[in-house]
Design a protein around this ligand. Structure first.
Ligand code: SF4
Length: 236
């Protein structure tokens, strides 16, 4: 089974034509938010493929399922809403699923098959909780926009993050700073994959709610005891 298949990503025919990266080299969009939050969490969850479900991830999944259910497409006035849309970027070598993509009637937009007129493309990502201090959600939405821009040959200046706790959308503008940050992170992630290296990082406030906390600590303790053993043997 290829990595892409094991990632259980819905693919369209167009994805088979993406050859700039091989299937095994494609990363998942969801990896971005974990890497931005903590590179060690990303490495444990994705590179080592270990994952612990805690209340936070279960709640997050429930909210995502809500975004992904019902019919895949619906039209409300001047907006077509598409749920669970598979996207990919050949340039970045990344693929995944957008919670919701809104196509809003706009003279300067793009054509959508089976619909008349042109539409502005606006990605919307659902999140549990409230807006975060960190940029991980913004970066995840930005990479979705980059994929959509490449697929639909259009420019996407903004999108929205919907937060379950405050039940409101927050507008996100896709600046060059975020786009470059994504390119840098993808390069770092590929380098960690190449070396199969799980980075060691300093503890942070968010460690208490981290979904791989127990794995992270037990691995650190093992590394410490190996280091202590080697130091002891050198001294002997
Ligand atoms: S417990 Fe803290 S350091 Fe360890 S993976 Fe989670 S966020 Fe990173």
């Amino acid at each position: 089974m290829t990595v892409l298949q094991s990632k259980n990503i819905k693919t369209g025919n167009w994805l088979a034509n993406l050859m700039a990266y091989t299937e095994d080299e494609y990363l998942q969009i969801s990896e971005i938010q974990h890497f931005a939050y903590c590179p060690r969490q990303w490495a444990i969850a994705y590179m080592e493929q270990q994952w612990q479900e805690n209340v936070r991830t279960i709640e997050g999944k429930a909210l995502h399922e809500k975004a992904h259910d019902d019919t895949l497409k619906e039209k409300r006035k001047d907006t077509i809403i598409v749920r669970g849309m598979p996207v990919a970027s050949r340039e970045l070598g990344i693929c995944g699923i957008c919670d919701i993509v809104e196509f809003i009637a706009n003279k300067r937009g793009v054509n959508i098959p089976a619909y008349e007129g042109t539409y502005q493309v606006v990605p919307v990502e659902y999140k549990r909780g409230k807006p975060k201090v960190g940029e991980e959600d913004i970066l995840q939405l930005t990479v979705q926009a980059i994929c959509l821009e490449e697929m639909l040959v259009t420019e996407i200046p903004y999108g929205y993050l919907y937060y379950g706790e405050i039940r409101r959308r927050t507008k996100v503008e896709f600046g060059e700073e975020f786009r470059q940050h994504i390119r840098d992170m993808l390069q770092q992630m590929r380098e960690y994959y190449r070396r199969q290296h799980t980075p060691i990082v300093k503890k942070r406030k968010g460690c208490a709610n981290c979904s791989v906390k127990d794995l992270c600590i037990s691995k650190l303790n093992k590394q410490k005891s190996v280091a202590q053993y080697i130091t002891r043997r050198i001294k002997e």
